[in-house]
Design a protein around this ligand. Structure first.
Ligand SMILES: NC(=O)c1ccc[n+]([C@@H]2O[C@H](COP(=O)([O-])OP(=O)(O)OC[C@H]3O[C@@H](n4cnc5c(N)ncnc54)[C@H](OP(=O)(O)O)[C@@H]3O)[C@@H](O)[C@H]2O)c1
Length: 393
């Protein structure tokens, strides 16, 4: 039997490691040929994964980590490389399926390269869709490959969104856990620390998405991602807070039916769904035990305490390069918050400020325009942070 050829972009991260776990459960190198593994700075983890999965190439984006990677893989016969260009080149090697799991806007170019090379995409890197939804979907159409959502909400929608009944779909309902500050007052939120913001109540994730869940920028990014993935307008996408994270999202139809996908909050389920599609494959994920919870709660999100939701919807409705600029400003502000240079509530304030100041030219169909907007928003965000107008913690 011909083995499927897989690549994992961002294999050393939280989604990357869960993907390796799913692959191992399905037989590892007995079932799959691994083409490329890429990491950011963690040479040790990347080498360990490479020795187990025997990819053609292991690439680390941080050039300073190359010597360590080479030393750890010396004599293994596995090719090594470093730098952003090398990550993009590796993403473009012929594979049947690629996990796109680099964190942040840095994932866009490798994801586009994998699409252009004709690989089906397991899409965890929501920022690709947020920054460049029209470009990514057009390239996928041109290459005739599927984009298989890995974000748990979008994977849930994907499982219950009947394309043949698209005309009867009234709404998508994205569920949100509400993050660690769901019940906090604005006063309490002003004082929260990075450690508190990174401690998600239900999911174990990388730092970027954990902080985004605390501000609810993550749900804002997911709103934009859903609009592009399912070609739905903003007014047909609702957000509902569901603190137990058991229902991962829902689709409402014209006869009043609402279809939901449920499961343990474990990313190996959506990863396996995207990897196995259109079949289903097995995982070792814990099965939902209905004796463990006696109720499912739902609340409306509060845009006063979580202005990220308003900002994201405004950028989705503005279209063009606004979502890309929002994401870039948010990434810069997030780093400043984690380095204790900003207070938690300043995160959304910085993004608002950047979107007010920035002059965006171009379209989200053009990569140069997108990269230009990303760069300009980062510059303006850094300027705002350095201005001292935000008080910090
Ligand atoms: N974690 C989740 O449960 C979850 C759920 C849904 C969606 N997602 C999305 O999936 C993506 C990854 O999230 P994550 O939680 O797995 O993040 P993570 O744990 O921070 O891992 C990110 C991965 O990207 C690599 N990386 C970081 N910066 C890079 C750069 N500039 N160039 C190339 N590689 C770089 C990291 O390398 P090193 O670690 O080696 O530095 C790591 O392999 C994000 O877009 C996130 O929103 C995550």
């Amino acid at each position: 039997m011909v083995k499927r050829r897989l690549s994992i972009l961002g294999s050393t991260g939280s989604i990357g490691r869960s993907t390796v776990d799913v692959i191992d459960h399905l037989g590892g190198t007995k079932t799959f040929d691994i083409i490329a593994l890429t990491g950011g700075s963690n040479a040790k983890k990347l080498a360990e994964q490479a020795l187990a999965l025997r990819p053609e190439i292991a690439v680390i984006s941080n050039e300073a980590a190359l010597a360590e990677l080479q030393a750890l893989l010396s004599g293994s016969g596995i090719e090594t490389a470093a730098g952003d260009t090398a990550v993009i080149e590796a993403a473009g090697r012929r594979a049947d399926w690629t996990m796109s799991a680099i964190a942040g806007a840095a994932g866009l170019r490798p994801t586009l390269e994998a699409i252009r090379a004709g690989s089906a995409i397991g899409l965890a890197n929501k920022e690709s869709m947020v920054c460049a939804g029209p470009l990514v979907t057009a390239e996928a159409k041109r290459a005739n490959i599927p984009i298989l959502p890995v974000d748990s909400e979008h994977n849930a929608i994907f499982q219950v969104f009947n394309e043949a009944q698209r005309d009867t779909i009234e709404r998508i309902i994205l569920t949100a856990s509400g993050g660690p500050f769901r019940t906090f007052t604005l006063q309490q939120m002003q004082k929260v620390t990075p450690a508190q913001a990174l401690a998600h109540p239900n999911w174990s994730m990388g730092a970027g998405i954990s902080l985004d869940s605390a501000t609810m920028f993550n749900k804002g990014l997911e709103l934009i991602e859903a609009a592009h993935l399912f070609d739905m307008p903003s007014e047909k996408i609702e957000i509902v807070v569901h603190p137990q994270s058991v229902i991962h999202s829902m689709v409402g139809y014209s006869d009043g039916s609402v279809l939901a996908q449920m499961g343990e909050p474990d990313m190996r389920t959506p990863i396996a769904n995207a990897l196995g599609w259109p079949q289903r494959v097995s995982t070792s994920v814990e099965r939902l035990d209905f004796r463990k919870f006696s109720r499912l709660d739902f609340e409306m999100p509060d845009e006063t305490r979580f202005p990220a939701l308003r900002i994201a919807r405004e950028t989705l409705e503005a279209g063009g390069l606004a979502p890309c600029a929002m994401n870039a400003a948010k990434e810069v502000a997030a780093e400043a918050f984690l380095n204790e240079r900003l207070a938690f509530l300043d995160l959304a304030a910085i993004v608002d400020q950047v979107l007010e100041r920035i002059d965006l030219h171009g379209t989200a169909e053009n990569l140069n325009d997108i990269l230009g907007a990303d760069c300009e928003a980062r510059r303006v965000a850094a300027e705002e942070i350095a201005s001292g107008r935000f008080r910090g913690p």
